[in-house]
Design a protein. Structure first.
Length: 279
């Protein structure tokens, strides 16, 4: 049986546009997946705007919001398994994807904490450098200066670019954040400029900026969140296709569970073809 196409030919022949189309086809075929993603993104925002509550009610809402956040963190890995199964032509049920959430929570939570620390440190350092009193902004109703927003956006986009292949590495290759970071960064260098369009699409940055700097009324914010979430899913699907062609996957459930070496998945050859095994 012939082996997979060489890395230098397969991605360029398939292309970013075809990978986005493949991701869109997957979402259309199984709309329950984007609906879960949207529900998880919108739930915390809706509960935070629900008005005055008693101490008990506030505690319940906070606990529910934190629980939904953890589910969302694990869902980031399940989403990528969904795209992998679509690329291999193998159906996967929504209950199966939801069961994978628990396996992915820890590693994606660690990644989020790591970069949350980076963002918070940069946020306060930048505010201090620009003479902005963050603590009193909510009381005065003042807007953050444009220079602050531009600098924060630049950091978000830069980190988003760096994380392009780190998140699929966590989903498909390893449970270690450090190894995923090393794999993701090295892959950018090894595949550039073929990976340029995949690296330069910023779904994470768009989501972050939409959350930190909301604009317009509630309807406009919900519409923007809806669009940004769907665009992010298309980007995740395209990036997943590129990564799987280059590196393959640990198993048909990504790196959710440990599997024997003979059951690990080789790289894909085409978005709609099952992977082949080299002799």
């Amino acid at each position: 049986m012939p082996g997979p196409f060489p890395p230098e030919s397969s991605p360029s022949r398939v292309g970013f546009g075809a990978d986005v189309a493949s991701a869109a086809d997957a979402l259309i075929r199984q709309p329950s997946v984007p609906l879960v993603s949207l529900a998880l993104v919108l739930f915390p925002g809706d509960t935070s705007r629900s008005g005055d509550h008693s101490a008990v009610a506030s505690l319940v809402i906070t606990a529910a919001t934190f629980a939904v956040m953890l589910v969302y963190v694990g869902w980031l890995g399940a989403e990528r398994v969904f795209f992998q199964r679509h690329l291999e032509g193998k159906p996967v049920s929504l209950p199966h994807l939801l069961r994978l959430v628990k396996a992915f929570v820890g590693r994606f939570f660690k990644l989020g904490v790591l970069f949350g620390i980076v963002f918070i440190a940069f946020f306060f350092a930048l505010a201090s450098g620009l003479g902005i009193d963050i603590a009193h902004l909510p009381d005065t109703g003042a807007q953050c200066p444009l220079s602050f927003q531009v600098s924060f956006a630049a950091l978000a986009i830069a980190i988003d670019f760096a994380l392009t292949f780190v998140t699929p590495a966590l989903a498909y290759t390893t449970r270690s954040v450090i190894r995923a970071w090393d794999t993701g960064l090295s892959m950018i260098g090894q595949t550039w400029p073929r990976s340029a369009l995949y690296v330069l699409c910023p779904p994470l940055a768009l989501n972050l900026l939409n959350y930190v700097f909301p604009f317009g009324g509630l309807v406009l914010q919900l519409t923007t969140t809806f669009v940004v979430t769907l665009v992010g899913l298309l980007a995740k699907g395209a990036i997943a296709a590129f990564y799987l062609r280059e590196r393959g996957s640990y198993s048909e459930d990504g790196a959710a569970y440990r599997v024997p070496p003979d059951r690990r998945r080789p790289p894909l050859t085409h978005p709609n073809e099952a992977p082949t095994v080299s002799p």
